[in-house]
Design a protein around this ligand. Structure first.
Ligand code: GBH
Length: 487
């Protein structure tokens, strides 16, 4: 055991929940089994001659959780975790004619029943990036008709599982799948659009789909089921990149990345952040366009969105330094609407994933920013985790990352932030999107050569067990507060 000379002990209230998270495409495998239809990630990973994934691998099998869900439940129990965040594959539960595929429903029913039998609370994400390909074929998230399809899907999920599932998340990280999927073709559906128009349309329709699903639950299911519905949003915190960066730049960075979803849902005014509205309207005009690239919500839509979440599910991994840049409409301004650019401090510790720097302070500052900005909503940390090389069982770096981020959360709770729990990313090693299986986030290792996909506990499992037993972690302040301060 380590001992820290100036260590402080950080505690967690008894109500605080410790759990772990996964997502359907990243763990299930069985991509074409029991009536499951192809999703945009099946399409993306099956592209020939190259799928652009590290080592050319796919999620066709992954952790094979479609067959080995009991091993996942064992893993949760063994780590002393009492909440499991997983996602439902839209492609398993509905046919192209929008009819129920019972075999898909059966799979999730079994998983949910088995979790509950072990005292583990299910937290269900409806959409973690695996859109049915037949919906992509009509434009996917860029077509406003998607809102109706999503509502049918949400209705089925609430109706089928809501008697036992009391925490639903409508979407996972729209900023990621909208921008990476529809602006610069890094993620499925690999669409590149000029001037962010694809990502902007995607975000707009995701927001409307979210709100419709939330209202549907309130009207049709809340009275009988009494559950909560929220949305999962990700962001880092932003810091001034040098002494001449105005504080205003920091706020712009957060508003453009995070505020585009939080302002419509969690703020008192509703709608898109004013800075974003003004900037995109003005730049569209400057480009000679006759209407803004950013669509408008009707007054009813603003109302429908406002307050449409019982909690915020927050994914936090890392933070960045920002500085202002000027908008040049003559070059393709992919994400220059904000006129903010970012970088990472090379002094920060970096994971196997090149974007993942260890900045626990960012989580602490972000939680307090959310508390003051949005009247202290209920928050779950729905993802937080560290990547390392395949089969790293002695995962000391992950343990350090978890310890410092848990300390940051505890400190934020002491400040009054309503953080209800955490589901760490991830329960098991899984398909890390374009990075394939080269970056491992699991607290359990999976050897892809093992046909039984046994879940081998990494050292972080016993660490987590200690944390959940003692409900404390130890950290020094200068391990948490790593961001340079410019006067
Ligand atoms: C989460 O996204 C996802 O919800 C989860 O499925 C995933 O497995 C997990 O994180 C770990 O990555 O190539 O430099 O442009 C986290 C946010 C956004 C982080 C996209 C990586 C790409 C960075 N991710 N980002 S870069």
């Amino acid at each position: 055991a380590c001992s820290f000379i100036n260590a402080e002990t950080f505690t967690f209230p008894n109500s605080f929940i410790f759990g772990a998270a996964t997502a359907s495409y990243q763990i299930e495998g069985a991509w074409n089994v029991d009536g499951k239809l192809p999703s945009i990630w099946d399409t993306a990973t099956h592209r020939q001659p190259s799928n652009d994934v590290f080592d050319g691998l796919t999620g066709d099998e992954a952790a094979l959780s479609y067959y080995y869900w009991q091993k996942d439940i064992e893993a949760l129990k063994n780590a002393n975790l009492t909440m499991y965040r997983f996602s439902i594959a839209w492609t398993r539960v509905l046919t192209k004619n929008q009819q129920v595929n019972q075999k898909g429903i059966d799979y999730y029913n079994t998983l949910i029943n088995d979790l509950i039998a072990e005292g583990i609370t299910p937290m269900v994400t409806l959409y973690h990036w695996d859109l049915p390909q037949y919906l992509q074929d009509i434009g996917g998230w860029m077509n406003s008709e998607i809102v109706k399809y999503y509502e049918v899907y949400a209705d089925l999920v609430f109706k089928s599982f809501g008697d036992r599932v009391k925490i639903f998340i409508t979407f996972n990280e729209p900023s990621v799948f909208c921008d990476h999927g529809h602006n610069y073709a890094e993620h499925a559906p690999h669409i590149w659009t000029y001037d962010s128009v694809g990502g902007i349309l995607c975000s707009h329709h995701v927001l409307l789909s979210h709100a419709r699903a939330y209202r549907l639950y309130q009207e049709k299911y809340l009275a009988a089921q009494n559950g909560k519905v929220g949305i999962c949003l990700n962001t880092g915190f932003s810091y001034r990149g040098n002494g001449s960066v105005p504080q205003d730049t920091v706020e712009r960075a957060i508003q453009f990345y995070f505020g585009r979803y939080t302002n419509p849902i969690f703020s008192e005014t509703g709608d898109y952040p004013q800075v974003m509205r003004d900037a995109i309207d003005q730049k569209s005009k400057q480009q000679g366009r006759s209407f803004s690239r950013l669509p408008t919500f009707t007054a009813e839509e603003v109302q429908m969105l406002k307050g449409s979440a019982d909690f915020l599910a927050l994914n936090y991994y890392s933070s960045g330094m920002v500085y202002p840049i000027s908008f040049d409409p003559t070059i393709d301004p992919v994400h220059h609407d904000s006129e903010v650019a970012g970088f990472s401090d090379p002094d920060w510790k970096v994971a196997r994933s090149s974007w993942l720097y260890q900045v626990p302070q960012g989580l602490y500052d972000l939680l307090n920013w959310i508390r003051t900005k949005y009247n202290n909503p209920d928050v779950y940390i729905s993802e937080n985790g560290w990547s390392d090389a395949p089969l790293t069982i002695e995962d000391h770096d992950r343990i350090e990352y978890m310890r410092l981020h848990l300390a940051a959360i505890s400190k934020a709770i002491t400040d009054g932030c309503n953080v209800l729990g955490i589901t760490v990313w991830s329960l098991v090693d899984n398909f890390e999107w374009m990075r394939g299986y080269d970056e491992r986030f699991g607290i359990y290792a999976i050897d892809l050569n093992d046909p039984d996909r046994n879940r081998t506990p990494k050292k972080s499992v016993s660490y987590l067990r200690n944390v959940t037993n003692s409900r404390t972690v130890e950290a020094e302040n200068d391990e948490i507060f790593v961001v340079k301060v410019y006067p």
